[in-house]
Design a binder for this molecule. Sequence first.
Ligand SMILES: *Cc1c(COP(=O)(O)O)cnc(C)c1O
Length: 233
Amino acid sequence: MLKDYESFLENLNRVQERIDRAIVAANRPEGSVRLLPVTKNHPVAASNFALRAGIPCVGENRVQEALGKIEEANEGVRWELIGPLQSNKAKKAVESFWRIQSVDRPKILTALQKRAEDLDVKLRILLQINAGDDPNKSGAKVEDAEALLEYALEQDRLETEGLMTIAPLDRDPSVARSCFARLRECRDRLAERFDICLPELSMGMSGDMGEAILEGSTLVRVGTALYGDRKYK
Ligand SMILES: *Cc1c(COP(=O)(O)O)cnc(C)c1O
């Protein structure tokens, strides 16, 4: 973890420069890619740093870890779940997260809808798609995305804002890039099929955000490049 806020700002500037360069290379409009700092395995200070720098949303990949931090963090941080969710944690998740990016099966949709009804709230979600067909990654298969979205759209308490994917780890950057292209094409097909927008494409991390932005990412989820190695846990 970082020593202090100043070192966070230095890293943030470097990451922002990488994002800006990729936006120019992709010929996309300025400001069309947002940054989601990923604070998992870092102390709660990581989320407070982001908030102080004007970035309210942060990503966490484990419900249990996030719950502890949500208690402690400064007022105003918004938490996004980017890791696996079990349906028995759905209630806590709906109460605690501003958006859930890792929805990948009908059972979770049913559980979230029910909890959102109980709490009388609406919940933003993204559907996680395994666009790289990586056996080590969760996410619905691309072939199942249409049925999953159809079911998601029937849940009136859930607002489906787009898709999320995690690219396979590979030294060859073209592997990640084709995964991101596949997610974008999947989104375009679904948007046309259901006549909806699906504006958010959450794709790209510290190692592959350039490729993701070239393929249309609107949200890059960045941990290591902002906060250093996650070695303390
Ligand atoms: C950890 C994680 C990230 C951030 O990864 P870095 O390589 O540290 O930038 C992004 N997305 C998900 C889903 C993660 O679990």
